[in-house]
Design a protein around this ligand. Structure first.
Ligand code: HEC
Length: 371
């Protein structure tokens, strides 16, 4: 008996359903088409232009949902790779963003994420590196390793590459070799120590400890890795005292009107940073220097050196604010050298001023500073 293949029947049916479809909004018709194609095993979406158009419209009406990802994966929809990349980068710290990045690798469109490492917006570039670290699998090293020594990349981006590489055991071993060979750039010591000393593999920890250590705290105890610190909870009331006294934070930061204005106002910092990001901001400030708070150094013709934040810059003069909160203005004509520095003006060794329990209290306090 002569039989018409099911997929041809479906194509006609979809053509009929889709007939008269206009606009870009989600319609019951699109939904019906999508439900129909989903029911057919091995349906080739390329065989029906109307079905594909309906599917794309349907997808775009609900980016980031579970069904969005399922449909893209099932039909191998490389057409949406660009949107998927944007979505992943905008939601890099969320499950859905990581899922989007995973799909890019599955669709063999990881190049879009790799290209984003060179994005002009530095937070996008760092997000791309973090995503590759999370989902890159066996390709992680090949993509992220060259960034470690890339002098044109920021310390924050290279630290994210180190963290990403160290998520895998082969990456930890490769990183350890770079450390043992003395090839790790010094500004990545904290990121590498933090990653390798918290490895589940005791031999890696023992080997890494020969070369790397986390900075000591006030009672000469080594700092635990951040992965361990974030498991602990502290006392915010005690932390508020550390902030104002031994921690010296108040000398540089304003909180609800109190304190000096060298660094950013921290009155709402708990709404901005996660617990982990807060530890990084305090323990390794140069890993992520906040926008508008870059450090500059200036040398006058007669040999006077100043380091500080750029308060103002005109054709005639430059004003820097030093770590004590004191402003200094130098006429352009007197300047020998004026340079932006990669380092934060925030001291790198503040943990020396407190014990581990005090640090935990301090972080608990900063997390209570919300909108
Ligand atoms: C000598 C001045 C100085 C001291 C002391 C200091 N900071 Fe900072 N801090 C800065 C500067 C400048 C920045 C901005 C540059 C950067 O992000 O590294 C900053 C940035 C930060 C940020 C990131 C803010 C953001 O918006 O992302 C946090 C959090 C922070 N400091 C907390 C602290 C805490 C807690 C202490 C006390 C343990 C402290 N700081 C001590 C100068 C200081």
């Amino acid at each position: 008996m002569f039989r018409i293949p099911l997929s041809i029947v479906v194509c006609f049916a979809i053509g009929a359903i889709a007939f008269g479809q206009e606009g870009n909004s989600l319609s019951p018709r699109d939904k019906l088409i999508v439900e129909t194609v989903l029911r057919i095993k091995d349906f080739k979406i390329e065989s029906s232009a109307p079905a594909k158009a309906a599917l794309l419209r349907y997808l775009r009406s609900q980016p980031g949902t579970e069904q969005y990802f399922e449909l893209i994966e099932r039909f191998g929809l490389t057409d949406v790779a660009g949107e998927l990349t944007e979505f992943a980068i905008a939601h890099a710290d969320e499950t859905a963003g990581v899922r989007a990045a995973e799909l890019l690798f599955k669709l063999d469109r990881q190049k879009l994420l790799i290209d984003a490492i060179s994005a002009e917006a530095s937070e996008h570039a760092v997000a791309a590196v973090a995503l590759i670290g999370r989902v890159g699998g066996t390709k992680t090293q090949e993509i992220l390793m060259p960034l470690i020594a890339a002098s044109d990349k920021s310390a924050e981006l290279r630290a994210a590459a180190v963290a990403g590489i160290a998520r895998r055991s082969d990456g930890q071993r490769a990183l350890l070799k770079i450390v043992a060979d003395g090839k790790l750039p010094a500004d990545l010591n904290f990121a590498a120590a933090n990653a390798l000393l918290s490895s589940d593999d005791k031999t890696i920890v023992a080997e890494a400890a020969k070369y790397l250590q986390l900075p000591a705290t006030a009672d000469s105890q080594p700092l635990p890795p951040i992965s361990e610190l974030i498991q602990k909870r502290g006392d915010p009331v005690a932390g508020a005292i550390v902030f104002r006294k031994s921690g010296t934070c108040i000398n540089c930061h304003k909180v609800k009107g109190e304190g000096k204005e060298v660094g950013p106002d921290l009155s709402e910092i708990g709404s901005k940073l996660s617990r982990e990001a807060m530890y990084v901001a305090v323990l390794n400030p140069s890993a992520a220097v906040s926008h508008n708070f870059e450090t500059y150094s200036l040398l006058t013709i007669d040999g006077d050196a100043t380091t500080g934040l750029l308060v103002s810059e005109t054709d005639a003069a430059v004003t820097l604010r030093n770590a004590e909160g004191i402003d200094k203005t130098v006429a352009r004509d007197d300047i020998e050298l004026f340079q932006k520095q990669a380092k934060s003006l925030m001291p790198q060794d503040l943990q020396r001023l407190m014990t581990v329990p005090q640090l935990i209290d301090l972080i608990e306090y900063t997390l209570t500073l919300t909108k």
